[in-house]
Write a new protein. Structure first.
Length: 249
C-alpha cells in the first residue's frame, strides 16, 4: 500500500500556491474573453496529444474557408514555430508561442500573443495548445469552446486514462480517420464508448484532414457555435489595449 510521506505544511503551501496561480490565470482569462466577445472573435482552445493532427485539422479548415479567410491562430509548442509556419503557408494569420519547458499555454501567454497578431476581420481564433493530454485542460484561456483532437492511432483507452481533458471538452474530433483501413484492430465503438463515459455531453465528429472527410461537419459545428456567442451592441474591433493586466495579489 502506498503511504503519504512528507511535510503536510509543505503540501498545504503547494496547494495554496497552485490556487493563487489559477486565480491569477482566471483573471487574465476574463480579460481575454472580454476582448474576444467585444471583437466578435470566436476563440477555440484546440487540445490533444503530440501528433494528434491538430495542425493538419486547421490546415484543412483553412482550405475549406478558401485559404484561411477569416481565420487567425496562436500555436503553442515547447520549441520551434513549425506549426505556425505551416498555418501561415495555408493562409492563416498566425503567431507562435514557444513555452520552453512549460507543457501548456496560459491566459497571459495568449494575451501577449494577441498583441503580435492582427485579428481584424477574423471570425475565428484557434489556439492550438501544447501537445499534452493533461495540463492544457486545467488552464482557462478565455476561449469560447474546448475541442480535443484525438487520433485513431492513439488507441481506444485515452479518454479513460486522461478523463479531465475529455470531461471539459465541448467536442472531440477523431482525426486521421482515413487510416482506419490500415488499422483493422482499431475499435471505433470502444473509443466512442470510452468518450461517452467521461464526457458529460458526448459530442464527436470523425474527420480526415487528408481526404476532407468530416471537415464540412466540423466547420458547420464551428459556425453554429459562433452563432450563439454573446455579441455587444456596438463593434469594438480595436478595444484591446496594451495595458498590463490587473490581477489580484
Amino acid at each position: 500500500m502506498c503511504e503519504t510521506r512528507g511535510n503536510t505544511n509543505a503540501n498545504k503551501l503547494m496547494v495554496e500556491v497552485q490556487e493563487q496561480l489559477l486565480s491569477s490565470n482566471d483573471s487574465a482569462a476574463a480579460h481575454n474573453r472580454e476582448h474576444f466577445v467585444r471583437s466578435g472573435l470566436f476563440a477555440v482552445n484546440l487540445m490533444g496529444s503530440p501528433g494528434a493532427g491538430k495542425t493538419a485539422l486547421l490546415e484543412a479548415t483553412a482550405r475549406w474557408f478558401g485559404g484561411g479567410s477569416g481565420l487567425a491562430a496562436i500555436t503553442g509548442d515547447l520549441e520551434t514555430d513549425r506549426d505556425a509556419r505551416r498555418l501561415r503557408d495555408a493562409g492563416v494569420r498566425c503567431t507562435a508561442i514557444t513555452t520552453g519547458s512549460t507543457c501548456h499555454l496560459d491566459a497571459r501567454m495568449v494575451h501577449r500573443a494577441l498583441h503580435e497578431l492582427n485579428t481584424d476581420d477574423a471570425h475565428f481564433l484557434f489556439i492550438e495548445n501544447v501537445g499534452n493530454l493533461v495540463c492544457p485542460a486545467i488552464y482557462d484561456l478565455g476561449q469560447a469552446v474546448n475541442v480535443v483532437a484525438l487520433s485513431i492511432t492513439e488507441g481506444e483507452d485515452k479518454p479513460l486514462k486522461y478523463p479531465v481533458m475529455f470531461h471539459r471538452a465541448d467536442l472531440v474530433v477523431i482525426t486521421k480517420f482515413d487510416l482506419q483501413i490500415a488499422l483493422p484492430e482499431f475499435d471505433l465503438a470502444a473509443l466512442e464508448d470510452a468518450i461517452s463515459r467521461v464526457m458529460p455531453r458526448p459530442n464527436i465528429i470523425r474527420v480526415s484532414a487528408r481526404t476532407g472527410e468530416g471537415i464540412g461537419q466540423w466547420v458547420e459545428w464551428l459556425e453554429r457555435r459562433r452563432g450563439t456567442m454573446d455579441r455587444p451592441a456596438h463593434s469594438y474591433a480595436h478595444v484591446h489595449t496594451h495595458e498590463p493586466i490587473s490581477v489580484p495579489a
